[in-house]
Design a protein around this ligand. Structure first.
Ligand SMILES: [Zn+2]
Length: 172
């Protein structure tokens, strides 16, 4: 059976043609409305764990596509991070900082401030940016050619005012 919804970047369309008056921007709460409703329906249908897994995998796919279509290609790690920082800022996703980088171990701690997904959310007792975890994993995998596991350890909604992610290469 053929796929109906296989992703490719051209599905995002020609926005300058399609929205000559409305333009490329949409309000953050509308983006969140869609994302949080998807999360609710996925959880109701498949349970919390599977809903999270789907968000992570969707983020992973998005990260790979974002790397391929929205970032400058670079060879060294610092230039890669600069390219990522400017792409994330240009698209209004957030402000990225690399807090620690251990190239030998393949372990990176990064923070994303003013995160599109969660900045300003009410306090919760769990980190919520599972999509972003997958997103960073997809971008890091695309650049390095190695698989990454990314975990959010601080989040706006756990009381921090930035989202902090630990990314570790998985070489098993
Ligand atoms: Zn967060």
């Amino acid at each position: 059976m053929g796929r109906k919804y296989e992703f490719n970047w051209s599905l995002l369309g020609d926005i300058s043609e399609g929205r000559p008056n409305m333009g490329p921007m949409v309000r953050t709460e509308i983006y969140r409305l869609m994302q949080f409703c998807f999360r609710d329906v996925l959880e109701q249908n498949y349970g919390t764990e599977t809903a999270d897994k789907m968000f992570y995998e969707a983020g992973l796919l998005a990260g790979k596509q974002f790397y391929r279509n929205a970032m400058q290609k670079t060879v060294d790690f610092n230039a890669f991070i600069q390219s990522l920082q400017s792409a994330l800022a240009a698209k209004g996703i957030g402000i990225l900082r690399i807090e620690t980088a251990d190239y030998e171990q393949g372990k990176y701690v990064m923070s994303l401030s003013e995160d599109l997904d969660c900045s300003g959310l009410p306090d919760l007792d769990y980190e919520i940016c599972v999509y972003d975890e997958g997103f960073f994993a997809g971008i890091l995998e695309s650049f390095t050619g190695e698989k990454f596991k990314v975990k959010e350890v601080d989040c706006w909604c756990t009381g921090d005012r930035t989202c902090r992610f630990v990314a570790e290469v998985s070489r098993e």
